[in-house]
Each structure stands twice: as structure tokens, then as C-alpha cells.
Design a protein around this ligand. Sequence first.
Ligand code: NAG
Ligand code: NAG
Ligand code: NAG
Ligand code: NAG
Length: 241
Amino acid sequence: MASFIPFFFITMALLISPAYSLTCTSQTFTQKNTRFTNCTDLPVLKAYLHWTYDSTAKPKPTLSVAFIAPPAKPDGWVAWALNPTGTGMAGAQSLLAFKESNGSVVLKTYNISSYSSIVQSKLFYDVLDKKAEFSGGSMRIFAKLALPNDATELNQVWQVGAAVKNGMPEKHDFGPDNLNSKGTLSLVSEAATATPTLAPAPAPTSGSGIGGQNGNESGGSSRIGVHVAFVLLFASLLLGF
Ligand SMILES: *[C@@H]1O[C@H](CO)[C@@H](O)[C@H](O)[C@H]1NC(C)=O
Ligand SMILES: *[C@@H]1O[C@H](CO)[C@@H](O)[C@H](O)[C@H]1NC(C)=O
Ligand SMILES: *[C@@H]1O[C@H](CO)[C@@H](O)[C@H](O)[C@H]1NC(C)=O
Ligand SMILES: *[C@@H]1O[C@H](CO)[C@@H](O)[C@H](O)[C@H]1NC(C)=O
């Protein structure tokens, strides 16, 4: 029975705090004037997106982003893309970062017309600003894109790879995480009217200031938290008896 108590408390801690792992709200940037109004913990590949949508920018609205993810191997690559024509990789307007052999980090843009054709090119979106850096084991892509006037929801895709050969990113793995690394980026909040679709987890405390998350993202991490919690609860019951 003795083991029940500590396990029970760990379990409760997980149930109470959906954000038991590092979340984007705790990430900071060393550069001056690097602030983003929103951030999202992306569901796979340990990736995060910090972003600011400026709907009043002229001549076109802008989206400033910082995409953070560890490459699959230290000498690999990371990529983040918007896809104006579909939900997957085909058609993705990609920003891809990796380390050159001399150690400096480069950021290249690719219009990925198909899986077999990865050509460095300009993007569908005007790239107003871009840079990348390697920091603490993760690659960080910073970019500012001009968006069409009517954009409120965008398809985003992200990916990580293990290697770069002759300046070309090598194919990424095709594990479940590599195939699920896509989603919708909602630029405009559906506001306080949005209610969580899943009830079991306690409502996440609403983020203040920098980095409000959308409901689905927090829902995702809550579900994982609850899942882990139930496994632990089960384990603690077994050990308790
Ligand atoms: C590293 O190599 C790239 C491409 O060859 C070059 O553009 C860049 O300036 C180099 N960086 C340094 C620090 O030498
Ligand atoms: C991207 O590639 C597709 C297919 O080759 C082409 O139709 C499209 O115009 C390209 N987009 C840009 C912005 O270059
Ligand atoms: C982005 O952040 C702002 C400021 O915190 C918030 O008002 C807005 O609802 C957020 N947008 C989304 C889509 O979550
Ligand atoms: C959130 O999830 C619901 C149900 O799974 C889906 O219908 C909706 O489009 C999602 N919204 C966002 C912003 O991903």
C-alpha cells in the first residue's frame, strides 16, 4: 500500500497539469524585438510555432513566425511550410534550415511540387524577412511572410530530417510523426465561444499575454496527460494491491 501514495500524487499532478512538458509559452528569444503574440505546441516532432499575424499590414497582411524543432540528427534539417493548395507536403511552400559544412546555418526556400521534386525556388508567399539559427539542440526558423488578404486559416506542414548531402536535404523518415506533421493554423481566434469538445481533462488555464494556444492544441496535450495519468493510476493500483 505504501507505494500507492506517491504514485497517486504523481497521477493527480498529471491530471491537474496538462502541460507537464515544456510548452511554447516558456520559450524565450534572446534577440531584441523578437516577440510573438501567439504560439502553438505542435503535436508531433517536438516542434513549436510562435507567430504574429498582422492583418493591418500594408500592402498585404503579414505573418511573422519562429518555428522551433530539433533536427532528426544534429546535422539534419528542419522545415516549416504553408500549403496554399493542399494539406500535405505536395504544394508546400517551405522554409528549410540546416547547417552548412562550415557550421553556418542557412535557410532555403522550396516550392515542393511533389515528393520527387524538391526544387529550391521562390515561394507563393513573398518572404519579407528570413533567418535561421541553431540553439540548444534545436533549429529555429524566423520568417515574415506576406499573406493574401483573405487568409484566416492556413494549412501548415512541418518536418525534420537526419541528413543533408551536397547542400540538398535528404529524405525524412516516414514514421507516424513524420506523416502527421501537418495541421491548420487559425489566424483569427474563434474567441471565447469555443468550447472544448472533450470533457475529461480540466480546462487549461487560459494563457495570458504571449502565446495563447488554440483549444485543439491544449486539448491534445490534455489528452496525452490524461492517458499517461490513467496508465500511472492503473500501475499504482496494481502496486497498491
Ligand atoms: C559557409 O558556407 C556558405 C556556403 O558555402 C557561405 O555562404 C557562408 O558564408 C559560409 N560561412 C562562413 C562563416 O564562412
Ligand atoms: C510551384 O510548383 C508548381 C509545380 O511545378 C507550379 O505550378 C507553381 O507555379 C510553383 N509556384 C511557385 C510560386 O513557383
Ligand atoms: C492570439 O493572441 C491574441 C493576444 O493574446 C489573442 O487575442 C488571439 O485570440 C490569439 N489568436 C488565436 C488564433 O489564438
Ligand atoms: C479542432 O478540432 C475539431 C474537431 O476535431 C475540428 O473540427 C476543428 O477544425 C479543429 N480546429 C482547429 C483550429 O484545428
